[in-house]
Design a protein around this ligand. Structure first.
Ligand code: ZN
Length: 355
């Protein structure tokens, strides 16, 4: 679109964008709508989720300052309706209710061509590397579109991205008939509790330093929820697992101490799936926790395309996921400041905004 002519009202949209290299986001009522390339779809966004990543972008921490281009529309968790399709799009049509895989890749690298597109080397992410979904319209390639099943609500569909992280972690680790420690019960950790329960974990233990979140983890099905600052909780896990330790560790906190504690709780030969991102290099004893332990360590990035999405849909349709207590608040987009404060203060867990 030409920017030197005055935009007509139907070529502009509401958006939240990163207006400067500092804290906050700015509302813009007249940002130009995205224009579809031949293989793109334009989606009219209905509901979005605020992610921990969006909090980093809001607060403009070291990570955000090094990664986020100033000027982009942020946000990557959404559900909406297809508004318009590019000239070469064949699979979708306007009016379909959809979400999308926010990791965009060309499909030409080794991993994309061998079933591992979630770790493609040329990945760019909506709302992080390019314009995202905190706007009336978002553009994604048709290959990234995920049609939403009619029996899944907008409220749940708006959380596919983080729920997919939880499903990917749980399903990669394999929790059926296994004892599991979920280390860190933020949004995705709490989602992992209900996913692990639905996936047949025999006994779920959780640790965190946030008592209300620990109480919620118990409500969602954790057998024990430990305050990681209390001494003796690792001994208790050991006692409750016949002296061996848990079969599976799901690391969701990224906290330095949590890595050491989590691996201490893991039995020899166990499996650890790591999703939490440490803010700096860990003080971690590889000899003790990995090599001598003979454990398997899995790095978890994004969602498997599309295996995780099918698993997530089936789990949601099974009715066994309990997400009502995790999705706590909804605000109109214009009240984004309140929405972000609700999330940042910890009063809200998953906070949604409506367009
Ligand atoms: Zn997210």
């Amino acid at each position: 679109m030409a920017t030197d002519t005055k935009p007509s009202p139907d070529s502009v949209m509401r958006s939240l964008y990163k207006h400067h290299a500092g804290e906050g986001l700015k509302f813009d009522a007249a940002r130009p709508k995205p224009v579809a390339g031949p293989r793109d779809v334009i989606i009219r966004v209905k509901k979005v989720g605020i992610c921990g990543t969006d909090r980093h972008i809001w607060q403009w921490d070291e990570w955000a300052a090094g990664r986020i281009p100033v000027g982009i529309v942020t946000g990557h968790e959404f559900v909406g309706f297809i508004e318009e399709v590019g000239s070469a799009v064949t699979k979708y049509h306007p009016g379909q209710r959809v979400s999308a895989e926010g990791h965009i890749f060309s499909g030409t690298d080794y991993n994309s061509r061998t079933g591992n597109a979630h770790i493609a080397s040329d990945t760019s992410i909506i709302g992080i590397d390019r314009d995202g979904c905190f706007a009336d319209f978002v553009k994604v390639p048709e290959d990234n579109v995920w049609p939403v099943h009619a029996d899944i609500s907008d409220r749940l569909a708006a959380t596919f991205d983080p729920l997919g992280n939880a499903v990917h972690t749980v399903m990669s680790a394999g929790v059926s008939a296994q004892t599991v420690l979920i280390s860190g019960v933020g949004i995705i950790g709490l989602m992992a509790v209900t996913v692990a329960r639905a996936a047949g974990a025999s006994r779920i233990f959780c640790s965190d330093v946030n008592p209300p979140r620990l109480a919620l983890a118990k409500k969602l099905g954790a057998a024990e929820a430990y305050d990681a600052r209390d001494t003796g909780w690792l001994d208790d896990i050991r006692t409750q697992t016949g002296g061996e330790g848990v079969d599976v560790l799901l690391e969701m906190s990224g906290a330095d101490a949590a890595f050491s504690q989590g691996f201490r709780a893991l039995r020899n030969g166990g499996r650890a799936a790591l999703l939490g991102l440490p803010a700096k290099q860990l003080t971690f004893d590889f000899n003790e926790h990995i090599i001598f332990k003979g454990c398997t360590v899995l790095g978890i990035n994004g969602r498997r395309v599309w295996e995780t999405w099918y698993q997530m849909e089936k789990l949601l349709l099974s009715g066994r996921l309990d997400l009502d207590d995790i999705i706590t608040h909804e605000y109109p987009l214009e009240e984004f400041e309140t929405a972000f404060q609700t999330m940042i203060s910890g009063e809200g867990i998953k906070v949604l905004m409506n367009l």
